[in-house]
Write a protein that binds this ligand. Structure first.
Ligand code: PLP
Length: 238
């Protein structure tokens, strides 16, 4: 087996274990292989090992890779991280799930782009739980307002919440952030039950290489794992 196939098997086993320990089904957790910083051949190796969902952060890098992999008809791309407004049109309608609806102007542009292409784009609302200045996303207190706008955007389908918690050495602190997103999700689900455009159960995209088992213990429906599958990335220098 290639390293990537090996790593994928290890990650899948850890997902199954974490799900089982939490009384959840492994099928209820979607593994997104985050391939940013790695080439199309690495994506192909993961695909050959059965992986179908891949995550990318940079529009140009993703476009080049997607073009090189156009023969893989059932590959599903996830867009992670802030999307500059002038690039939104290049992504809408071409990814399975956009994890980073993170400001009102961007949501407005996403709706326009999806409308002009006559598509309905699945999106997650990114939540900046710790109100970190360097991170995107709406604060917890604004989540309801953002959901209201998303639910009234006819060409966007709100599917759930996403977060990237503060990096932490202490897993218990990380767990607390995951718990906090789940609690927010539960509260919103209850408050907004029956509201048109708001699904009865919202997804939770949380957990990366260092902490995805913890995220699953706390209810993650989507984990975004890069390094543990593909190895270290070249640092992004521009
Ligand atoms: C890069 C990235 C990941 C993957 O991180 P790893 O630590 O390599 O698993 C997950 N989520 C987001 C938003 C990212 O930008």
């Amino acid at each position: 087996m290639s390293d990537i196939a090996d790593n994928l098997a290890t990650v899948r086993a850890a997902i199954a274990m974490a799900a089982q320990a939490a009384g959840r089904r492994a099928e209820d957790v979607t593994l997104i292989a985050v391939s940013k910083g790695h080439g199309a051949d690495d994506v192909r190796a993961a695909y050959a090992a059965g992986q179908r969902e891949f995550g990318e952060n940079y529009v140009q890098e993703w476009q080049e890779k997607a073009a090189a992999l156009a023969d893989l008809a059932d590959i599903r791309w996830h867009f992670l991280g802030h999307l500059q407004r002038n690039k939104i049109r290049q992504v809408i309608g071409k990814v399975a799930l956009l994890h980073s609806a993170d400001d009102m102007a961007g949501i407005d542009e996403m709706q326009r782009a999806a409308w002009s292409q006559n598509v309905k784009q699945d999106v997650l609302l990114q939540i900046n739980l710790a109100d970190e200045a360097q991170k995107r996303g709406c604060g917890e207190d604004d989540a309801e307002l953002f959901i209201d706008v998303l639910s009234r955007s006819p060409n966007l389908r709100l599917c759930g919440l996403m977060t990237l918690p503060p990096a932490n050495e202490d897993p218990e602190l990380t767990r607390a952030w995951f718990q906090r997103l789940r609690t927010l999700r539960d509260r919103l689900q209850q408050q907004l039950r029956g509201r048109p455009g708001v699904p009865a159960s919202l997804w939770l995209s949380m957990g990366m290489s260092g902490d995805y088992p913890l995220a699953i213990a706390e209810g993650a429906t989507h984990v975004r794992v890069g390094t543990a599958i593909f190895g270290a990335r070249m640092p992004k220098i521009r």
